[in-house]
Design a protein around this ligand. Structure first.
Ligand code: CA
Length: 223
């Protein structure tokens, strides 16, 4: 999952980026509204953390512009404490949720997980497919109750496919969502990671759709 953080306070921006990276996300960052707007307009993010008070262009304007241009990624707004008018304006502008400053980073992470899950149509924090279960809260995956030992790359790949169950996901889409903008993107590496995942899962839940990409099909969860 790839996240954009738009926050002009450098310390706070770094704290958010560090916490998100540690939680297994790929993160891009911007320090003003114009840069943030441009990135959100041109790159495919799974969610955005957007501060309201930003130089160049304020957060609400950024958000309104995205929504006008049909950019529908979930957006979590950072609002000033006790500014209820900010919250109302934010939701009217198309925000999916907000957190008031000062916040605990854990709250931001929890709200973000919920936004990403809901955007993918999953109401609970656990997504399962037959014997495979993905716990988005602990970033753990299990098969028949046995925890898979996955690298962060492998987990991100599995998590993306699980969040988009029954969809054919192209290699290009995977590369765009699993690496940050500075990464040297080579879609051949995706095939290698898929191969490793299959081996670690000990079963072939990931289908290769020739010439199209990959798909995890939902299964009867009675198993
Ligand atoms: Ca600010």
């Amino acid at each position: 999952m790839r996240i954009l953080v738009v926050e002009d306070d450098r310390d706070l921006n770094r704290q958010l980026v560090d916490a998100l990276t540690e939680a297994g996300y790929v993160v891009d960052k911007a320090f003003d509204g114009e840069e943030g707007h441009f990135l959100g307009d041109t790159e495919p993010y799974d969610a955005v953390i957007l501060d309201i008070g930003l130089p160049q262009m304020d957060g609400l304007t950024v958000l309104e512009k995205w929504r006008q241009d049909s950019r529908i990624m979930p957006v979590l707004l950072l609002t000033a404490r006790d500014r209820w008018s900010d919250k109302v304006a934010g939701i009217d502008a198309g925000a999916d949720d907000y957190v008031a400053k000062p916040f605990h980073i854990e709250e931001v992470l929890a709200r973000l997980r919920a936004l990403i899950r809901r955007a993918a149509g999953h109401a609970s924090s656990e997504i399962s497919c037959g014997p495979l279960r993905l716990d988005t809260k602990t970033s753990k995956a299990t098969v028949n109750g046995n925890t898979l030992k996955l690298t962060s790359h492998e987990f991100r790949l599995l998590s993306y496919l699980m969040h988009h169950m029954d969809e054919v996901v192209s290699r290009t889409e995977l590369v765009e969502h699993l690496y940050d903008q500075d990464f040297d993107r080579d879609s051949n590496t995706i095939e290698v990671f898929v191969g490793r995942l299959r081996k670690k899962m000990g079963m072939d839940l990931i289908e290769t759709i020739r010439g199209m990409g990959y798909r995890i099909k939902s299964q009867d969860s009675k198993a």
